[in-house]
Write a protein that binds this ligand. Structure first.
Ligand SMILES: Nc1ncnc2c1ncn2[C@@H]1O[C@H](COP(=O)(O)OP(=O)(O)OP(=O)(O)O)[C@@H](O)[C@H]1O
Ligand SMILES: [Mg+2]
Length: 394
């Protein structure tokens, strides 16, 4: 089939031709956006899931929903080692300047800018000050204590008042949220909690790898009131069928039921794999309907591509010891594996492997689904490792 007309969209954060299986989440997000705008309490979502399940795509979809209504939408991607102020401030500044330009001089908006200026003067940043320079006097004594939680709260309150004065709301979208440091995460939650108490129109949607939320006590309680912690995962059989069949049908092309069944089976419903398989099956098929044989023919190309790309980029970042740990996990098969079990296989003491395990978690290769348990963040990674390191002996 003509590759130029191929509707499928494998890639990081590439919008699929048909976003299936997420309608409930999107509906709740729409309701939350409307409620926050009206100053009513609402729960946004914090979505977690493995690599390639569609977190970024989902977040981008809600971003566009916000952007199309009365929202100023801010999107940032957290990066290991970068502080929250460094990530957020350029976008917050832009938002306040846009609010400023929306109408006649407004005291709440000007105050927002002054508070931002105070905030900037008090935090240590690793972005150029010039990028954040604002031609306005700071609001002395507000948001400049140097204590992140209090300062961020003061800044969000000022921003919320500024947005309200312009009949706008603010939605902050944070992708790869697992990279935020714990104190930053907890300051963010406390600041959002305060603006929600005051009925100010600011909300946040976030997505990241599965992890145990690194906050406790009051912060945890507030987080549970502010967010629905949703885990997003593989698509159901019906959702896979829709994701593949509908985009093809729009171009008057069809997949046979056996072809669809085959795609579901080999991908286990993981969205990124669904796009890859559908894409290459389309290219491999000589004509419509696309058959099971076409899917099987495409398999070689897909696996070669995945092994050279999606899987390989992650594998290449690992040291030999890290690879050995991962390969041992793969030897134990799919699913969760206890640290003790892995250590046994490696003939090592579980405590001595603790630091190695922590590095793998911080690199986002594995996560801990429960205390002492380990699982891959990349679906089907165990099978890949067995292909990549066939001779391995623990
Ligand atoms: N609901 C869905 N239906 C069909 N395809 C989807 C869906 N969600 C995502 N995809 C496809 O899956 C692929 C991966 O999506 P995305 O990059 O959003 O995943 P991710 O969870 O952010 O991955 P990572 O953890 O690597 O950042 C894209 O090609 C996208 O088009
Ligand atoms: Mg992503």
């Amino acid at each position: 089939m003509d590759p130029i007309l191929n509707p499928f969209a494998p890639g990081a954060g590439t919008a699929p031709p048909e976003l299936t299986g997420r309608s409930e989440l999107l509906h709740s997000a729409q309701v939350a956006l409307e409620r926050v705008r009206l100053g009513r309490p609402a729960r946004s979502f914090m979505a977690t899931g493995l690599r390639g399940v569609g977190k970024t795509v989902l977040l981008n979809h809600v971003y566009r929903m916000a952007d199309a209504s009365a929202y100023k939408a801010i999107h940032v991607e957290a990066v290991a080692g970068r502080s929250l102020p460094t990530l957020l401030l350029p976008a917050l500044k832009r938002t306040l300047l846009e609010l400023d330009r929306l109408g006649q001089v407004n005291e709440a908006v000007k105050r927002g800018l002054r508070v931002l200026r105070s905030f900037v003067s008090a935090v240590k940043l690793n972005v150029g000050e010039a990028e954040l320079g604002i031609d306005i006097d700071p609001e002395r004594g507000v948001a400049d204590s140097g204590e992140l939680e209090a300062d961020l709260t003061a800044l969000f309150v000022a921003l919320g008042n500024a947005a309200r004065a312009r009949e706008k709301a603010v939605a902050i979208f944070i992708d790869e949220v697992q990279y935020l440091a714990r104190p930053d995460m907890s300051a963010l939650i406390m600041a959002l909690h305060r603006v929600s108490q005051l009925g100010l129109p600011i909300t946040m949607f976030a997505a990241g790898l599965p992890h145990l939320l690194g906050v406790s006590g009051d912060t945890k309680t507030y987080a549970e009131r502010l967010f629905d912690f949703t885990s997003i995962g593989a698509l159901s059989y019906d959702d896979v069928i829709q994701a593949v069949d509908l985009p093809a049908q729009k171009q008057e092309i069809s997949f046979t039921p056996q072809a669809l069944q085959e795609i579901y089976q080999v991908t286990e419903g993981y969205p990124y794999f669904v796009q890859e398989w559908a894409y290459h099956s389309w290219n491999a098929a000589p004509r419509s309907p696309i058959t099971q044989d076409d899917v099987v023919t495409a398999q070689k190309t897909v696996l070669a591509r995945l092994d050279a790309g999606f899987f390989r980029v992650r594998f290449d970042r690992m040291t030999p010891r890290e690879r050995a740990y991962l390969r041992t996990m793969a030897e134990l098969g799919p699913g969760n594996h206890r640290s003790g079990e892995i250590a046994n296989r490696m003939n090592a003491d579980v405590r001595s492997l603790g630091p190695l395990r922590n590095i793998l978690i911080s690199k986002g290769m594995i996560y801990s689904p429960a205390y002492g348990e380990n699982a891959f963040t990349v679906p089907l990674f165990d099978a890949y490792l067995r292909r990549a390191m066939p001779e391995f002996k623990a």
